[in-house]
Each structure stands twice: as structure tokens, then as C-alpha cells.
Design a protein around this ligand. Sequence first.
Ligand code: ADP
Length: 247
Amino acid sequence: GSNTDFLLAVEALTVSFDGFKAVDDLSFYVDEREIRVIIGPNGAGKTTVLDLICGKTRATSGSIKFRNRELTKLRENEIVQAGVGRKFQTPSIYDDLTVFENLEISYPRGRTVFGALTFRRDAAVRERVEEIAETIFLADQLERRAEFLSHGQKQWLEIGMLLIQDPDLLMLDEPVAGMSVSERVKTAELLHRIIRDRSVIVIEHDMKFVEDIARKVTVLHQGRILAEGPMSDVKANPKVVEVYLGH
Ligand code: ADP
């Protein structure tokens, strides 16, 4: 099909910082219900690509089409409204609130126009919170204050806070950093669960985890694509071994 069949179509995307091209004429396409992993050495431009998609950084040139809607002209909040969720490495959960409350305030109706937090425990919200809690392995922790969760559980809670907004594209920056082995396994399971009705882009360094989750890997180097394809192909690519996997 044409490029309009993709959930996300990034084309000829470039951003220059004082003449330095952190992302250089980059094109890639993400399907519906895909987990795409972006790998590459430090400074390759991975974080900048996610910053460009979520509107945190403005492109110098090129286009980002999401469901055929051009994102490069939109503000960050408009991109969120369009259905793109981004999780940063530092958690933004509320330690003093319970798991339930953290999810509840992230529910799209949970905020008033004045920004004050409202706590509406109506049936629909409760049902949605419980459904998300189940997905993120926290169904039995709903009344627990977030500060008492493990590092991995906090990461899942933050993913849950994004999921409750029902994004069509979720972007995660090193989701398993600092997690135990069993938490990593469960996170892979979590990602497979949530792509039933959305796509995910993950920046990741943990190659075991990448193999567990990705059908297709995009390798970035100096702001460009060095290789792209199934992990088995990418791993065997001499250029990838040289710049990334070999050390
Ligand atoms: P990665 O996530 O792959 O480690 P980054 O996207 O963070 O790479 O950075 C790519 C390059 O762009 C790096 O050389 C970095 O120093 C540079 N860079 C990123 N953001 C900025 C910025 N706001 N101003 C100047 N240079 C930047």
C-alpha cells in the first residue's frame, strides 16, 4: 500500500542544532499494532526522534504523519490529544497518592478546566482503572501508596497512567532500565498485551529485552538509519556490530 496505510510515517525528518544534524533526513514507518524498537550508540539521535514526534523539539525540515495528520505543526498538548503518549525515563507518578488515585487523576475526565484534581469514583472510571491495573500487574495494589511500590511497579504505574488516556501510539524511553529480570519479563508481556489496540515505539539498550519484544528494529547512527529489520538480521549486520553491538 501507500505510505498513508501506516499509523506513523516519518519522512525526511531533519533537526539541526547550531548546524549539527542530530537527526538527518530520517524516514521510517510504523504499522498499526507494532512494537518498534530503536537502538543505536549514545548520541545516535534516538531521544531526539521521540522528542520530535511528541513535539518537544521542532523539526528543521521533514514530516511526521500520524494517521495522516501532520504533527510537525502541532503543539505538544495537541499531539497528546491526537493520540500520542510519551513516557520519559524519570517517573512522574504522585508518591503520596495510591495506585488507584494515580490512575484516576490520569483518566481524561479527571482534571477540571482549572487544573484542580477531582476525584470522581464513578463506576465507569473505577472500571477503567481496574482494567488498567490488571494490565500493569497492579490489580492487588490499588490502595497502596505509590511511594511503597518497587522500581518496576512504579514504571508500570506510569505506563498505566498513559494507557488510561488510550493513546494510539505509546513511546517509551528505556522502560526496563533498573528492573529486575522478572520485572523485565513481565514488561515484555505488558507490551505484547497493550499492542492489541495500539503501537509502541521503544528506545532500548537491553538486547535480550529487544529480542523479546521487537519484530522490527531500527538502528540509528549519527541521526540516520544504519540498518532496519528483524533483530536476527540486524544482529548479523557487520555495520551494526561495528558501531553498536561489538563493544
Ligand atoms: P541518543 O538518544 O541516541 O543517545 P540524542 O538524541 O540524545 O541521542 O542526541 C543526539 C545528538 O544531538 C547528540 O550529539 C546530542 O548532544 C545532540 N543534541 C540533542 N539535543 C540537543 C539540543 N537540544 N541542543 C544541542 N544538541 C542536542
